[in-house]
Design a protein around this ligand. Structure first.
Ligand code: NAD
Length: 322
């Protein structure tokens, strides 16, 4: 048996212990999710302050979990942890990257979204863990772009989790082009055992599946307003009535933050082949005015009580609507 085949077999093993690198918004939630499944998980962050506060923040965040959405006829495997103390006891903050990954079957990267930073981390991980499955939680970088930094990219893929993980029980898996099938299978089993729905993205797709679809919705919503066909409130009203959601595309953009939305739009526009795919006027006006959505109190709506929450707003009966 060749070394690669031996190694591939090894990766079909059950993933029992995990390390999460990055203790920010996503790293903390991913660590909590893994610990809630009964597995030990070590976390590490380059910022000592983030690392020191991580377990306390996970504790607070897990005690105020949003409800899972309710869908008739569907039972989610994901359950918020009944024993928060037990869950926390399985999470340890490591003093070094080497210590964090030393016993890990799977290492999940959730550090800042920057290709050079991710390359440097995966080069270090390649030296420290010749054997572990390695994954990135990047929201816009396909693993094929990070793979050149990984020694043995057959063990490397995207695991794209969603925030908040407890109310969005899903993860997209996407290989880097060299990922061994056994590794995809182990990670798919691992994800399912966390209680997540885990579709595999075939091939290489910027934005995976749902971010790509969501990007198309954002682009067209902004374009309809830029062209003067509707205002944001009417786009959202129609969307909410059509799809039965509690908010529409502009409501969600306000939640994400209009600066973040703009960065993501720019990253798609850089590779767009459609000349009409260019920066949105209405979005640029909001940014110029410093109105970034929930985080600044104003965006397409006024916060913290956006207009779409008012009784009568959806039906247009609210005199103060819009
Ligand atoms: N926030 C979301 O909703 C979301 C959803 C899906 C995917 N993602 C992706 O997850 C990743 C993390 O996003 P986030 O929102 O948690 O970011 P964040 O800014 O909240 O946290 C990032 C953490 O990484 C740490 N860090 C930065 N460089 C590091 C390094 N070299 N080594 C170790 N730690 C380092 C920072 O100190 C910080 O604590 C990004 O790739 C992002 O695209 C985010």
């Amino acid at each position: 048996m060749t070394d690669e085949a031996e190694s591939g077999q090894d990766h079909a093993r059950e993933l029992r212990t995990a390390a999460v690198i990055g203790a920010g918004t996503m790293g903390r939630q991913i660590a909590a999710l893994i610990a809630a499944s009964g597995r030990p998980v070590r976390i590490w962050d380059a910022d000592p302050g983030m690392l020191a506060s991580a377990r306390g923040r996970i504790d607070a965040e897990t005690r105020t979990l949003p409800d899972l959405p309710r869908y008739a006829h569907h039972q989610f495997r994901l359950r918020p942890p009944a024993d928060v103390e037990g869950m926390l006891a399985r999470i340890s903050a490591s003093e070094s990257l080497a210590e964090a990954v030393s016993a890990a079957d799977i290492v999940i990267e959730a550090i800042r979204e920057d290709l050079d930073t991710k390359h440097a981390l995966f080069a270090a991980l390649s030296r420290l863990t010749p054997d572990a499955v390695l994954t990135t939680n990047s929201s816009s970088l396909p693993s094929s772009q990070i793979a050149p930094a990984v020694v043995d990219p057959g063990r490397f893929l995207n695991t794209h989790f969603f925030a908040p993980v407890w109310s969005r029980p899903m993860v997209e898996l996407m290989g880097c082009g060299a990922t061994r099938p056994q590794v995809m299978q182990s990670v798919a089993r691992f994800a399912t055992s966390l209680g997540l729905v885990a579709p595999v993205v075939r091939g290489d797709s910027k934005g995976f599946i749902i971010n790509r679809i969501w990007r198309a919705v954002k682009r067209e919503s902004l374009r309809v307003v830029d062209e003067g066909h509707a205002d944001p409130a009417d786009v959202d009203r129609l969307w909410m009535l059509m799809f039965g959601t509690p908010y529409g595309p502009f409501g969600i953009m306000d939640m994400v933050g209009l600066d973040v939305v703009s960065d993501i739009e720019t990253s798609y526009q850089r590779v767009a082949t459609d000349p009409a795919d260019r920066p949105s006027r209405v979005l640029e006006e909001k940014l110029t005015a410093g109105n970034l959505g929930e985080k600044t109190g104003r965006g397409f709506y006024n916060h913290p009580e956006p207009e779409y929450l008012r009784p009568g707003w959806l039906t247009g009966d609210d005199e103060e609507a819009d």
